[in-house]
Ligand binder design. Structure first.
Ligand code: ZN
Length: 202
């Protein structure tokens, strides 16, 4: 006999498929949702549906946005000569929170990771190279992928591919601990890693 009714089991398994949510957390969230007043549960469901319906990837930087190009790519005050390449949209908000970076971004939506089967076609590298071809203003690419083996490999790969392009490729300074995620880096450490970035152009 099933432990829960099919609808509850379905909710638990959908919540459990989210990143970072284990079986116990999925059950806790499911029962929290079930104990909400119906209007609050509907608002939660509507928020997910609306965000999904209205959000697209910016055709320039690939970040999630509800207007294309996104507000950062459309902002005339941003420095169009520098593109900071990050793994995820969360990293863009980390950089923006720091207020020390005025250039543009490119969101890879992952990194080159042969172990998990993620190859170059699964991330937005071809869109980055297209963009570089069409935007002669871009003079520097800051590889701000996480300080992990995969993040470093992706940074070196980009630097090698751009070696003949004349575009400078830099990497955040090694003040960031190995294995660290940009997302969880405090503003001061990130600002100094950005300021002390090193040239990895090959
Ligand atoms: Zn954009």
């Amino acid at each position: 006999m099933a432990r829960y009714s099919p609808s509850v089991q379905n909710l638990i398994s959908k919540l459990g498929s989210l990143p970072g949510i284990g079986g116990k957390s999925a059950q806790r969230l499911a029962f929290h949702i079930l104990s909400m007043p119906a209007n609050e549960a509907n608002e939660l469901a509507d928020a997910i549906k609306e965000a999904h319906r209205l959000t697209v990837r910016c055709s320039v930087c690939q970040n999630f946005t509800d207007s294309d190009p996104c507000p950062i790519c459309s902002d005339p005050k941003r420095d169009r000569s520098t593109v900071c390449v990050v793994e995820s949209p969360r990293d863009v908000s980390t950089f923006e929170r720091m207020h020390g970076y005025k250039g543009l971004y490119h969101v890879l939506h992952g990194v080159f990771d042969p172990v998990s089967g993620k190859n170059m076609n699964d991330i937005t590298l071809s869109q980055l190279f297209d963009r570089l071809t069409k935007s002669p203003d871009i003079k520097e690419i800051i590889m701000a992928t996480n300080q992990t083996a995969e993040g470093n490999a992706t940074a070196l790969y980009v630097s090698r591919l751009l070696s003949a392009s004349g575009i400078k490729v830099t990497r955040l300074a090694s003040g960031l601990p190995m294995g660290s995620d940009i997302e969880f880096t405090d503003d001061l450490t990130l600002a100094s890693a950005l300021k002390g970035r090193v040239d990895i152009s090959s």
